[in-house]
Write a protein that binds this ligand. Structure first.
Ligand code: AMP
Ligand code: MG
Length: 409
């Protein structure tokens, strides 16, 4: 075979660099979404405050608004009840000397008042209120602007819209936000041996595990993927289906049929009709993954994952997720770390994504227990685990207690 005109057997970091570059060139268009639909989207604008929050001095407790100077330094104080101020209610009259106003949490602090005494520390006596326990000056008052001032940078392009961030945008009165449109994703399993769960197995057949695994991983990342019928190992059928999907989706994720076997048709197809960005990364599992532009198959990007279910998990988390993040302009995720609960000997030089179970150690800090069943077909080990442990290229010996990067799933 002639020398390939694309990078092959590359380092994982190089694969990430290529994914980031292509994602930046293919950044998704943005759209305005109502807050009610924005959850989980990546923000495509900076949000700067125009409103102070709180926008007025208000009560932090249910009780009575008063002037602190009126309170006796040594004992109880009797104040005349002047009126009431409820949250959102009509404005009460000002508090004069020796007076107080009944107030609820969030209600505007009446003029003349500077402190709130909580209801529990008072007793009603006819038209008056006895303050049994004096609050500190200014206590239980939330000052205008103490949380947010106009001009403050509140949210940044690249932030994922969590419920708290959406709540913050709502507090500024914003009904909509500019977000990255989510990539549309088509999912293909390939292989003559695959049968859907619920159908009896024939000789040499296995159930399709990857479809629902990939669909679940994508949905957990906020995508609304479409599963296509499983592709047989037939080059013409594969080409025809991928051409249809390649015209209609932003990203095609396939699994299986991407190594060097007689029935692995995807590398030939994407070299002939697409533009391959890389094929084969020095990682375990997941070495054969291929990334390409669709070319004459259509405008979609193609990320072809290997067939073994654990390879699908690893390549989704290590390659597909960074690609989806990049397409949406998402800010980099933090690289979380945990300590190895047991030592590990890596039998090879490649970067490895080993399965492991997270748990709190004796001091509560995060620990990860490597699962010794490290074959890429060992689905049970993946199901018994909740993170991939990233074991760097080169290093082979990992004593217990080593801090390692983890990808939780
Ligand atoms: P391949 O890369 O197509 O040679 O597949 C590698 C291994 O993964 C083979 O043992 C396949 O039977 C298995 N495999 C491929 N696709 C799936 C799938 N969707 N579900 C479960 N196993 C699969
Ligand atoms: Mg196959």
């Amino acid at each position: 075979m002639s020398q390939p005109d694309f990078p092959t057997r590359i380092a994982y970091t190089e694969a990430c660099t290529i994914l980031q570059r292509v994602a930046a060139e293919r950044r998704m268009p943005t759209q305005r979404l109502a807050l009610s639909r924005a959850h989980g989207h990546v923000l495509a604008e900076d949000v700067v405050a125009t409103l102070a929050i709180p926008s007025f001095d208000n009560a932090a407790m249910d009780g009575f608004a008063l002037g602190h100077a009126d309170l006796s330094a040594s004992g109880e104080t009797l104040l005349r009840l002047r009126g009431e101020q409820f949250a959102g209610g009509p404005l009460a009259s000002a508090v004069s000397q020796g007076e107080c106003v009944r107030i609820t949490t969030g209600a505007v602090l009446p003029d003349g008042a500077d402190t709130v005494v909580m209801k529990e520390n008072t007793r009603i006596e006819g038209e008056s209120v006895r303050v049994l326990q004096a609050p500190k000056p200014g206590q239980h008052v939330r000052r205008a602007g103490e949380d947010v001032r106009p001009g403050d940078a509140l949210l940044h392009a690249g932030d994922v819209l969590t419920p708290s961030r959406i709540a913050l945008a709502a507090s500024q009165g914003l009904p909509e936000l500019q977000v990255a449109r989510r990539p549309t994703v088509a999912v293909f399993a390939t292989g003559d041996e695959l049968v859907e769960p619920g159908i009896p197995l024939g000789h040499g057949q296995i159930y399709n595990s990857n479809r629902e695994q990939l669909m679940g991983l994508l949905r957990a990342d906020g995508m609304e993927p479409v599963a296509w019928p499983t592709l047989p190992d037939d080059p013409a059928r594969v080409e025809s289906a991928l051409r249809h999907a390649g015209e209609a989706f932003d990203l095609i994720l396939t699994c299986g049929g991407v190594s060097a076997g007689e029935k692995d048709h995807l590398p030939e197809l994407l070299q002939r009709r697409g533009k391959v960005h890389f094929w084969k990364t020095r990682m375990k599992p997941g070495m054969p993954a291929l990334f390409a532009d669709g070319g004459t198959l259509g405008p979609a990007l193609f990320l072809c994952l290997p067939g073994n279910p654990v390879s699908v998990l690893a390549t989704y988390l290590a390659l597909a997720r960074p690609l989806l993040d990049g397409l949406q302009g998402r800010a980099p995720r933090p690289a979380w770390r945990a300590r190895l609960a047991s030592p590990w000997h890596k039998a090879h030089e490649r970067l490895e994504f080993l399965r492991g179970r997270l748990s709190p150690g004796d001091d509560g800090a995060l620990m990860v227990e490597p699962n010794p069943a490290d074959g890429s077909h060992r689905m049970r080990a993946a199901a018994d685990s909740d993170a991939l442990i990233v074991l760097d290229e080169g290093t082979r010996e990992y004593p217990a207690g080593t801090a390692v990067t983890i990808l939780a799933y």
